[in-house]
Design a protein around this ligand. Structure first.
Ligand SMILES: Nc1ncnc2c1ncn2[C@@H]1O[C@H](COP(=O)(O)OP(=O)(O)O)[C@@H](O)[C@H]1O
Ligand SMILES: [Mg+2]
Length: 291
């Protein structure tokens, strides 16, 4: 278990959720910019017989919006799983929220909201929208405390933040793909996280829904000052919105402002023939939807 718990928890909960704050003065605080909230130092992660991420050195300051790109199998999901504490580094170190604790039960993990890659969540699970979002409270509650009226308020606040409160009594399975993604984002927000990990949140959505989900994520970043890692294949949609792009192919190929990372010579090294560069856009031609 980590030692620096629970002080940051209380302090930051207030800061990021001003509307449900009992102390209005706290909401005017701004996060400590430039303080690394995630720090990989020569970290290698893998599975038996496979190195999924090798020798990663990367610091992510608090409140940064980071886009993570790379071909299939390049280690993007592994990066999320590592930050969540689901995988320990084989070599090197990873510190999240100033803690190198690899224990899954570490309380810091409750401060990381996670939207898994499509197919990892059962979208037909027979629950209402509000019940699905309430599940986001369980990490904060622990296993044995029953949710209270305050937890319900937090869940409804999260639904309001994603524009879905009016759907709170609908069946989750009855919603469109884009609406379901909003609900899953609300579930992550109900944790009152400091870090939000989004693994391909737009994959499988139609173009209009993709745009509206990306706009929502950008807006949440601006309003809540969350640190966001968003994995995506849609380089064009995020290049003007993220603070920094991280390009993976087992190793960290590049990390920097989008215009620095999106250089044809860097991208062609990573994507090869899968990438077509037009006048102003990058088009990945491989079919990603089979994953
Ligand atoms: N559960 C697992 N067991 C064994 N190997 C895995 C597992 N999950 C991922 N891998 C391997 O790790 C590498 C990185 O995978 P992943 O992080 O899922 O890539 P991405 O999300 O970029 O597609 C791939 O070679 C993949 O085959
Ligand atoms: Mg993946």
């Amino acid at each position: 278990m980590c030692s620096n718990w629970p002080e940051p928890w209380n302090r930051h909960n207030r800061r990021f959720h001003p509307n449900i704050d009992d102390n209005p003065a706290a909401s005017v605080n701004t996060p400590r910019m430039n303080h690394p909230i995630i720090r990989f130092d020569h970290a290698t992660f893998g599975f038996p017989g496979t190195i999924a991420l090798e020798d990663i050195t990367l610091s992510i300051p608090e409140s940064e919006f980071v886009g993570v790109i790379g071909p299939n199998g390049s280690g993007k999901t592994t990066l999320c799983r590592a930050v969540l504490g689901l995988m320990a580094p084989l070599r090197g170190t990873l510190r999240v929220l100033d803690c190198a604790c690899e224990e899954l039960r570490c309380h810091h993990r409750a401060l990381i909201g996670y939207l898994p890659q499509k197919g990892m969540l059962d979208r037909n699970f027979p629950v209402t929208v509000l019940e699905a979002v309430m599940m986001g409270r369980y990490g904060a509650l622990g296993l044995f405390r029953r949710p209270s009226g305050k937890d319900r308020d937090i869940a409804r606040q999260a639904l309001t933040q994603v524009g879905m409160d009016h759907h709170r009594d609908s069946a989750l399975g009855a919603l469109s793909g884009g609406q379901q993604q909003r609900v899953f984002i609300a579930r992550a927000l109900a944790q009152q996280p400091r870090i939000l990990l989004l693994d391909e949140p737009t994959t499988g959505l139609d173009l209009t829904a993709q745009h509206s989900v990306v706009e929502l994520i950008q807006q949440l970043h601006q309003q809540l000052k969350l640190t966001i890692l968003m994995i995506t294949h849609d380089i064009n949609m995020i290049r003007s919105r993220v603070d920094r792009l991280v390009l993976l192919k087992t190793k960290l190929f590049a990390a920097g402002p989008p215009q620095e990372v999106l250089q044809p010579d860097i991208l062609s090294q990573v994507y090869g023939k899968e990438l077509v560069i037009t006048d102003k856009d990058f088009v990945i031609v491989e079919d990603y939807h089979h994953h």
